[in-house]
Design a protein around this ligand. Structure first.
Ligand code: ZN
Length: 383
């Protein structure tokens, strides 16, 4: 599943050659192109597997435009570890063309389509209500039909009895929140306190919500990012042009349904959205640390300008702001670390030293509104 270790060796060799032969082309690199593959690729952290999941999507079995097997094929192209099929229970605009009294049907088709491919398909449903409940997804349910009930709180209670993990959908949705501000109603707080709702979408489709992130942190909810795709992933997120769908990265102990559910219940998640990672520092910083490593540090010629090679094994184009006392020879205080590339940083150490400690604020990683974690990098200097 994870192939970056193989690439590392190959790229390390190529990178070394490229640096020796054409140092300036690498120095000036500011490429937005991801690896040749569209596969969404993040390294595992020191402690957990980094599993890539899209937990909110639709097909013709509610208001989507495709058959469920297309959701499976899109996920396979994106190299996802898991998807949840989450048709609206209550909103069925294609019902006269596609009658389906069994609300598990879309999941069953997707599961059959995934077959033995290794893609984990999770049974879910979207509980679709006006405020105060708003929309929510119940995933890891056993039977969607039992959730078709009049009372919304009872639908969440039934999902809970089935062992579900439920989260609030797009709390910033302008059809329900004209100002785009995510807020909790008393009803939502009651569902959280009962343990019926345990997560919240901070990212949905092409929207991001600082307020939803604040709610997640205040009420100890899992931070979720989803596509909520109705049309085609490729068109909606311009995959051919280097875009990617929003996903949730789940930090799991094992690659299984139970491993995913345990990690969600422990709130070990991050959202990956438009080249930004959103999550608690204890979860996203280990991911950044697993992504960026010093592959080489050595002086050039008889100077005291240190050449540091930074290898980025992830899909993220990291934006780093220098927070050490060193100044650089090839960039100002902002450094772009391209995905699946080696980036060269030239550091003026003034005198030749034996080891170096660098630190950077990681600007495209968000741990709370306006807050970014600090990455510390240390390396022994070669020679
Ligand atoms: Zn939806």
């Amino acid at each position: 599943m994870k192939r970056h270790f193989g690439l590392f060796g190959l790229f390390g060799l190529f990178g070394l050659f490229a640096v020796l032969a054409f140092p300036l082309t690498v120095l000036g690199q500011n490429s937005h192109s991801h690896s040749s593959s569209r596969v969404i690729d993040f390294p595992d952290t020191a402690e957990y597997l980094s599993l890539t999941c899209d937990l909110h999507m639709h097909s013709v079995f509610s208001d989507g435009s495709v058959w469920p097997n297309i959701r499976v094929q899109e996920a396979q192209r994106d190299g996802l570890d898991c998807i949840a099929i989450t048709e609206h229970l209550e909103y069925q605009p294609h019902k006269s063309d596609i009658p389906h009294p069994d609300r598990n049907r879309a999941f069953d088709i997707a599961l059959g389509s995934a077959g033995e491919s290794g893609l984990i398909v999770i049974r879910g449903s979207e509980i679709t209500r006006d405020l105060p409940h708003g929309h929510g997804n119940a995933i890891f349910i056993q039977d969607a039909n039992a959730l078709v009930v009049e009372d919304a709180t009872e639908a969440y209670a039934e999902a809970h009895r089935q062992g579900a993990f439920s989260f609030m959908d797009h709390p910033n949705w302008t059809s329900q929140r004209k100002d785009g501000i995510a807020r909790l109603e008393e009803t939502n707080i009651e569902l959280i306190e009962k343990g019926y709702v345990s997560g919240i979408e901070v990212v949905n489709d092409v929207t991001y919500s600082d307020e939803a992130l604040e709610i997640a942190l205040k009420y100890n909810l899992a931070i979720i990012g989803t596509s909520d795709i109705h049309g085609l992933v490729d068109w909606q997120y311009r995959v051919a042009e280097g875009g990617h769908r929003p996903i949730t990265i789940i930090f799991a102990e094992e690659r299984s349904k139970q491993g995913l559910l345990d990690a969600l219940n422990a709130r070990r998640t991050a959202a990956w959205y438009q080249n930004t990672l959103i999550g608690r520092e204890e979860h996203v910083l280990p991911l950044v640390e697993a992504s960026i490593s010093v592959s080489s540090a050595r002086y050039g010629g008889d100077t005291s300008v240190l050449r540091v090679e930074l290898w980025n094994s992830s899909d993220a184009e990291y934006s780093l702001k220098n927070s050490s006392s060193y100044r650089f020879h090839n960039v100002a205080d902002i450094l772009t670390v391209a995905p699946h590339h080696t980036t060269i940083l030239l550091v003026k150490t003034i005198t030749r030293i034996e080891s170096i400690d660098l630190s950077f604020e990681v600007l495209n990683v968000v741990t709370a509104p306006g807050q970014h974690p600090t990455l510390e990098l240390s390396a022994m200097i070669e020679e």
